[in-house]
Design a protein around this ligand. Structure first.
Ligand code: FAD
Length: 408
């Protein structure tokens, strides 16, 4: 399927496809069976991405990337999503990708030099610490309990977070904390750069979870107990934490959609290959109309998702936050990708469940996307709010109401 991507975007994406086919997928296949890749393999993958000139496409050249616009990086993100290892290779992997974007937008020069550039180079890893155990921030982020109190020229952070992806491995944690207890939380929270080895940062555990596959990543429960950071570790403007978080989360939700639509495409490629080779009931399975129709529906949904993602990315590139369009993409892509992977599992029979193919890893990975970065219901809430925004009672003029009989 061809899309309205610029020549440059297509050229980089085509190199990304070569990297995937020639380097990443062979490494993935060699690690079948749920083997987590080593740091040596990560380094090898990133070296290859540099050689194919597809490393950190979304980062400005000044900070060590390729300088593609958000829209032009899109098809490369899709290619990267065809394996759980693709985004690691090209340095478009969450949560670092979103955190790098946030540092690029909100960081000052020193913060960019200290954290952004080493992150781009793959010398550091990061976590974004917002979600808290009950009754703290979750789907409703304004329930945030973590506080940061000023003491001289330092901030003292106290709180309890969990589900901080990569929190166990992270060198630097971006922590959302309440800085003004009297303001509405949306106007009284701030972001802080907290070195993971600062006194008072205690990683309690990697919360046991579904998913990870051969990529592997922790989701940490972390206690911040009187953690002191200097004023220079405030990221962005004071009391503007939610604004900055939104600047991170909007594009990050969309880049998740890009990667996951690549995953859906690969799942369908595997399913079609299996159906085309496997015989049963006097023909190949790919001849069975019931399966062909389901593949057709999955291809159609994927095409609609990829088109909607491009529309939202165009809007973001034009300076619009595109909140409703991003929410639509998030819910739709998560669900159609989940359906496509479920179909691929079914089409491959026992091998869909097995770990020789990546489908069961994909199956576990996609489930979290309907929860992380805003659950389906939270995004539907955003879409529904806009949908009910312009309700007109004129449409109901012809209707008779109880107690007001018509005169004719
Ligand atoms: C794999 C993974 C990685 C994550 N990584 C990070 C991270 O790096 N940093 C971070 O800060 N957080 C992270 N999270 C946390 C994630 O952002 C939260 O799980 C998410 O925001 C939901 O919050 P919650 O788990 O507290 O669910 P709750 O707020 O308890 O909600 C539970 C469920 O209730 C439903 N629901 C909620 N609100 C409504 C509503 N208004 N109407 C109808 N139904 C509703 C939804 O189905 C929701 O799933 C991660 C989560 C996962 C699973």
């Amino acid at each position: 399927m061809r899309y309205d991507d610029s020549e440059r975007a297509q050229a980089v994406a085509s190199r990304a496809r070569e990297l995937m086919d020639e380097v990443v997928l062979p490494i993935e296949r060699a690690r079948a069976g749920g083997v987590t890749i080593s740091s040596g393999t990560v380094a090898e993958l990133r070296e290859a991405a540099r050689e194919y000139e597809v490393y950190a496409p979304q980062i400005p050249k000044a900070h060590g990337g390729m300088g593609l616009s958000f829209r032009d990086a899109l098809p490369t993100f899709e290619e990267a999503g065809r394996s759980l290892l693709g985004s690691v290779a090209m340095r478009v992997d969450a949560p670092d990708e979103g955190n790098m974007h946030l540092l690029e937008l909100a960081g000052d020069d020193l913060q960019k030099e200290t954290y952004l550039e080493p992150l781009v180079a793959g010398e550091l890893t990061s976590g974004f610490s917002m979600t808290e155990p009950m009754q703290g921030a979750g789907s409703d982020p304004k329930m945030i309990q973590t506080t940061a109190t000023r003491d001289g020229d330092e901030w003292v952070i106290d709180g309890h977070k969990w589900w901080t992806t990569q929190g166990v491995e992270a060198d630097i944690l971006i922590v959302l904390a309440r800085t003004n207890p009297d303001a509405h939380p949306y106007e009284g929270c701030s972001l802080f750069l907290v070195p993971a080895d600062a006194d008072g940062v205690e990683v309690l555990r990697d919360v046991p979870h579904m998913g990870g596959g051969n990529r592997g990543a922790s989701h940490a429960e972390i206690r911040y107990d009187g953690v002191r950071v200097p004023d220079e570790h405030l990221l962005g403007d004071l009391d503007h934490g939610f604004v900055h978080a939104q600047e991170r989360l909007g594009p990050a939700r969309l880049t998740h959609c890009m990667r996951y639509s690549g995953m859906a495409q690969r799942a369908l490629e595997i399913a079609k290959a299996y159906l085309s080779e496997r015989e049963g009931f006097d023909s190949t399975l790919s001849d069975k109309q019931s399966l062909r129709h389901r593949i057709a529906d999955a291809e159609t949904n994927l095409h609609v998702a990829r088109t909607a993602i491009r529309d939202a990315a165009d809007r973001i590139a034009a300076g619009d936050q595109a909140r409703v369009q991003v929410s639509m993409c998030k819910v739709f892509t998560a669900n159609v990708t989940q359906d496509a992977i479920d179909l691929a599992v079914q089409c491959c029979g026992a091998n869909g469940i097995g770990k020789d193919l990546p489908l069961s890893d994909f199956y576990e990975s996609i489930r979290q996307f309907r929860i992380v970065d805003g659950a389906d219901e939270v995004h539907r809430r955003v879409i529904a709010r806009a949908a009910f925004d312009d309700v007109s009672d004129e449409e109901l003029e012809p209707l008779t109401r109880f107690g007001t009989p018509t005169s004719t």
